[in-house]
Design a protein around this ligand. Structure first.
Ligand code: FES
Length: 568
């Protein structure tokens, strides 16, 4: 396959001089420009993305592999999204980062690209961008943190929610709270539980975009660097073979990713990101596919937040290959992966070393997995709930709505002693969808009112058009579509309306007649979003609804790898 980098470094005369001369200021000898495959290393290192703060070192391991295989590695930075730092929410910038990645790849002398992904949104943004260019691509994830240790027990990000409740109730002192802070993120890597970052790492492995074991080797484990090195080696071969993401990312690969995610109890954010990636490569994927495909998969992985263990334990128990092998009767085993073998071949010899962490299909950890896609007059285009993280006694529930018009209203009133609420009520939060609270923040698993927590109650049905952290849990209905800010029926819910959640029948119903809803709609006023300029203005005008992946309407599909004009 001809190398696209030859259109830069292989030129004669003035153009070739320009493309090579300045690169030589880095000390590269002339022979590096004479036909070696150029491997871009797309790095999301940033001290503001602490989960990816070890990526400089990891990039060096990738480069060693590229050099060894006869390639020419060139590292470049792209926008990095630190989930726990960037305001108002990293999701607001996922599509922006994907544009950075897409144009950085297309505009440069790169024959193949290795995406260095870690913290939540750094994976989908990089994969989305690369898919829209479609040159040979592999992913190296940063790996999970080691589990934290606090007061004699293991902790991870999911404990944050419990600590916050205990602190609020005065059961945990300020000093203990700060000590817990220092104990949780004690090593390099992304969140140690099956939150969104590990869900995304598992997604790329099950899609076939990475080498086996990419999802689970801890960041601090030397084998992470070995994987990075071997990815560099393989990447050079992949360029020579000319295998592009569009050949890997078939409908079968997406089905595999959905089924593996179900078995892992992965984050609900998976739905948004996988749908957006499918949109970039033109694979038809609907919200119902997530429910239908995961319906036949039990929960195999006993990992927080759905269970008790950590992602490092999953690695020690056999890693993702052991999970994939356990699912061999339902997966598309022939789906090809970036190492040239099918996913079935890659995992044929995998073993489970700890059934307490990876259960079998015959004796699963929990019978229900994946996501339940709900329909009804509250969510004609769908809403989602994660059964493995919900309370069984609330899976079929009717309750009186307690409505918060937006996040500020929620914050102002949730702990008001006069709030008219009891544990059977349904908390409804409006205007936190893609447009209503640009970026659709992770506020869907809203903390319960203090007066409810004081009763020893830790879960209630909660409904919103927002998202939930992959580390969160509870009986939480998310991604209600259409969202309230654009006039979805969620906007019309009033205090005291009855709502029925029926997960078994996949239904979410507001007990208000169509006639009454039509009357309420007359008084609906679209939210004044108040962003007249800049990126957020662009975002609001072009972001799609949750069931479509919340990508920009103009970014669906790809533009190929050809540079349309050349300025010299
Ligand atoms: Fe980065 Fe959790 S905050 S992965």
């Amino acid at each position: 396959m001809p190398l696209r980098s030859r259109d830069w470094f292989g030129r004669t005369g003035k153009d070739g001089f320009i493309y090579r001369a300045w690169m030589k200021n880095q000390g590269f000898p002339h022979h590096e420009f004479e036909g070696k495959p150029v491997i871009g290393i797309c790095n999301t290192w940033s001290e503001l993305t602490p989960c990816n703060a070890h990526f400089r070192e990891l990039a060096e391991a990738i480069k060693r592999g590229v050099w060894e295989a006869g390639g020419f590695p060139l590292e470049f930075p792209v926008m990095s999204l630190g989930e726990c730092q960037i305001k108002p929410t990293a999701m607001l910038f996922r599509n922006l980062a994907s544009m950075d990645v897409e144009e950085s790849i297309r505009g440069n002398s790169i024959d193949g690209v290795i995406l260095m992904c870690g913290c939540d949104k750094t994976t989908p943004s990089l994969v989305m961008g690369a898919c829209s260019v479609d040159i040979p691509t592999m992913v190296v994830s940063g790996g999970p943190m080691l589990a934290g240790r606090f007061q004699g027990r293991k902790i991870g990000t999911s404990d944050l929610w419990r600590f916050a409740e205990s602190f609020k109730m005065g059961e945990m002192s300020q000093a203990e709270f700060i000590a817990a802070e220092a104990s949780m993120a004690r090593s390099q890597g992304h969140c140690a539980v099956m939150g969104t970052a590990s869900t995304m790492a598992a997604m790329v492995e099950s899609l076939g975009l990475s080498l086996p074991d990419n999802a689970t080797i801890p960041a601090a484990d030397s084998r992470r660097k070995v994987l990075a090195h071997m990815t560099g080696v393989r990447m050079v071969e992949l360029v020579k073979e000319g295998v592009k993401p569009s050949q890997i990312l078939t409908r079968q690969a997406f089905e595999n990713a959905i089924m593996v995610n179900a078995a892992l109890g992965g984050s609900t954010n998976f739905i948004l990101h996988l749908t957006a990636i499918a949109g970039r490569v033109g694979v038809d994927l609907s919200l119902d596919d997530f429910d239908t495909l995961s319906a036949k998969i039990p929960l195999l992985a006993n990992l927080q937040p759905s269970g008790e263990h950590f992602v490092e334990d999953l690695f020690y128990a056999g890693g993702l290959p052991a999970v994939i092998r356990e699912l061999r009767d339902v997966l598309n085993n022939d789906a090809i992966t970036v190492n040239g073998h099918s996913i079935g071949e890659n995992c044929a010899d995998a073993q489970c070393y700890d059934p307490a962490v990876i259960a079998s299909v015959g004796q699963p950890f929990k019978p229900e997995s994946g996501v339940a896609v709900l329909r009804g007059n509250l969510c004609p285009n769908g809403a989602v709930l994660k059964p493995s993280a919900a309370s069984p006694h609330l899976m079929q529930h009717t309750g009186r709505a307690v409505v918060f018009e937006n996040i500020d209203d929620y914050k102002a009133r949730i702990d008001d002693p006069d709030l008219d609420v009891d544990p059977t009520c349904v908390l409804v939060l409006k205007n936190v969808g893609p447009k209503g609270y640009p970026g659709m923040p992770e506020v869907g698993n809203m903390q319960l009112p203090a007066k409810i927590l004081e009763q020893g109650v830790h879960d209630m049905v909660r409904i919103s058009d927002g998202r939930m952290s992959g580390t969160g849990f509870g009986t939480v209905v998310l991604h209600v579509s259409p969202e309230s800010a654009v006039g979805g029926n969620l906007a019309l819910v009033q205090n005291g309306d009855l709502i029925t959640l029926d997960v078994e029948n996949r239904s979410l119903h507001l007990h208000v007649s169509d006639q009454e809803l039509a009357g309420r709609l007359v008084h609906f006023k679209p939210l004044d979003l108040g962003y007249s300029r800049g990126y957020v203005n662009l975002y609001i005008r072009h972001v799609t609804q949750a069931h479509e992946g919340a990508d920009f309407d103009f970014l669906r599909g790809g533009s190929g790898s050809e540079v349309k004009r050349d300025s010299h």
